[in-house]
Design a protein around this ligand. Structure first.
Ligand code: ADP
Ligand code: MG
Length: 579
């Protein structure tokens, strides 16, 4: 018997759609859900808890979505986001779209009005055609109109999220489906375990042979490691390729640590040399997008790219690819390594040594820059980082979450990573507003300690979800670089109109704000650091506590420049800056 009437189920012989949703998630091994409840999904979250699915409740859906995305990236199982209809759905969708763009597997499940009523403009509550709103921003979208659809929607969403290029998937969970009552033994028959839900695809052998031929005949080869390689867990294969064949490597931001940043073949400090001088670059799970100047311009025009990617449509984007290898990254690297067996590299003998010499010079310069900045009072980004760097590097298993403009760029440059999947940042869209959500997702998914290094502006987007870190007692330390502004605190309102001339400049925030006081509000350890010694002591204590902590790092008003390292992307800037 199935009914959509407003009756109550007779436990234990009958169950609701909400229970079926919880069971369906648990059955496929999705045992953590991030979200924010309200009509019509509150009881679904209770049903999840009842059967042992962890529910991490947030203050803002977007942050719950960032947590789900980070969970997906770190575990290779889709992170799950539960949202209410309309605005809650929309808030969460921002994170789901960001997951799709960044190839993080996640599933957004949103409560939704009965679609037939929405179509007639008679939606009972918060009507919005959510399915069609989500569709262009996700890999796949499903609608459940009946409770019996739910197990298959969950299994198919899982497969869609992790297959090929991972991404965001949407399930429109209508109120009639959630509220439907079914006989328990009928419902029981619906659950199944999808076979080979993650089914990696092997590359074709002609493509592998071509890649091997080009790589072994390179004079100045290099490997570009992207976050796709971190996600794919290709670190062992990449290590073999690098070490056995003496090939230097350059990591993208979130790929830092797939190979150690400070290893002998790291070309981290020689990015422009790799672009200009290498003749063959093997791209492992990265895209030739804006972050890599589209593979043109700054790159050697005679470059031969070998591109390894799960997504065939990524090949030849922006530049022709000499050797595309389409397939799962680990399988592609295994095949390339097998093909290289017994072959000799033709590389110039001084290619690696010249990069190593340059690395030595650049690293010495960088160390001098940090040392010189260290005594600055008030602190700037570099002095703060001179205190933080040795602490994070002494605790390599800490997951570093990082966002901001100068705070992002300078932290990425300053802190060496040595373990894969230990750096989560604002990634391909360079968005602000992923910090607290990603910190929660990283801590919940891995059980590891997290340090989030945040610009004060970036923190503002997600700051209220510091409360979630506290409610779930997570081992997360939030470090806020407070220079009182978007970029800095020295913007000047150029108006002479008496009505607005005293308004703050568009980039001005609150230099004297005490973000550490947020810790007091939610019962976390809180620190206000005005010196490098104070910052160092606070960070050490906070990490050792394995409990929520917040550190306001007071920087100078003029610390940092507009748009950090990518100021060149500003159209006609008002403020002059030097890059
Ligand atoms: P980065 O920002 O570090 O350059 P991107 O997100 O731009 O990384 O690129 C990651 C690439 O990795 C995407 O093109 C994606 O299709 C690819 N990718 C993700 N997972 C796999 C996998 N398992 N095998 C092969 N390629 C993958
Ligand atoms: Mg990229």
């Amino acid at each position: 018997m199935t009914t959509t009437a407003n009756t109550k189920p007779e436990f234990p012989n009958q169950v609701t759609g909400m229970y079926i949703l919880a069971r369906a998630l648990k059955r496929v091994g999705l045992d953590t859900v991030y979200g924010l409840v309200g009509i019509p999904v509150t009881e679904a979250a209770y049903a999840m808890q009842k059967i042992g699915v962890k529910f991490v409740g947030f203050r803002f859906e977007q942050q719950a979505g960032m947590a789900a995305a980070t969970h997906g990236y770190l575990t290779r199982k889709p992170g799950v986001l539960l949202t209410v209809s309309s605005l809650g759905f929309m808030n969460g969708l921002t994170a789901t779209a960001n997951a799709t763009v960044n190839c993080y597997p996640m599933i957004q499940i949103s409560g939704a009005s009965d679609p037939t009523m929405v179509d007639m403009n008679m939606g009972t509550y918060e009507q919005l055609d959510q399915l069609n709103t989500a569709r262009p921003l996700v890999k796949a979208a499903f609608r459940c109109s009946h409770a019996r659809d739910i197990p298959s929607a969950v299994a198919r969403a899982y497969r869609a999220a992790v297959s090929g290029r991972p991404g965001g998937v949407y399930i429109d969970m209508t109120t009639p489906a959630l509220a439907e009552i079914m006989d328990a033994d009928e419902a029981e028959k619906l659950f199944y375990e999808p076979v080979d839900v993650y089914s990696p695809v092997a590359p074709n052998s002609a493509a592998v042979d071509r890649a091997v031929e080009i790589l072994t005949s390179a004079k100045r080869p290099a490997i570009l490691i992207g976050k796709g390689a971190a996600y794919a867990r290709a670190e062992n294969q990449i290590k073999t390729l690098v070490e056995k064949y003496n090939i230097p490597y350059l990591p993208m931001s979130m790929a830092k640590g797939v190979m150690p940043d400070n290893g002998p073949l790291s070309a981290l400090s020689c990015r422009s040399d790799i672009m200009k001088k290498a003749d063959v670059v093997l791209i492992a799970g990265a895209r030739l997008n804006w972050m890599l100047s589209f593979g043109r311009g700054k790159w050697n025009p005679d470059m031969k790219f070998i591109q390894l990617d799960a997504e065939p449509q990524e090949i030849d984007v922006n530049v022709p690819i000499a050797a595309p290898v389409v397939g799962d990254l680990c399988m592609s690297l295994d095949a390339i390594l097998a093909g290289m067996e017994g072959k000799k590299m033709q590389a110039d003998p001084d290619w690696v040594s010249s990069l190593q010499a340059e690395t030595k010079v650049k690293n010495a310069k960088f160390a001098a820059r940090l040392a010189e900045a260290a005594p600055a009072q008030p602190m700037n980004h570099w002095s703060a980082l001179s205190a933080i760097k040795p602490i994070i590097e002494a605790n390599p298993d800490i997951i570093l979450v990082n966002e901001g403009a100068n705070t992002l760029d300078d932290t990425r440059d300053a802190i060496d990573m040595v373990l894969p999947r230990h750096r989560i940042d604002c990634a391909t869209w360079a968005i602000m507003g992923m910090g607290m959500g990603s910190a929660v997702g990283a801590a919940v998914a891995t059980g590891k300690s997290v340090v989030a290094i945040e610009g004060d502006s970036a923190f503002g987007f997600s700051g209220m979800d510091f409360a979630t870190i506290c409610r779930f007692k997570l081992p997360v330390t939030v470090v806020i670089f407070n220079n009182g502004g978007i970029y800095n605190n020295i913007g000047v309102n150029p108006s002479t109109d008496p009505a607005i001339e005293h308004d703050p400049a568009p980039t001005t925030l609150d230099l004297n704000a005490r973000y550490d006081k947020i810790g007091e509000a939610f019962g976390a350890a809180s620190y206000y650091a005005t010196t490098t010694a104070g910052l160092s002591a606070a960070l050490k204590e906070a990490i050792a506590s394995k409990a929520p902590a917040i550190i306001d790092v007071q920087l100078a008003a003029d610390a940092g420049k507009e748009s950090g390292h990518i100021g060149y992307l500003n159209p006609t800037p008002l403020i002059n800056y030097t890059v």
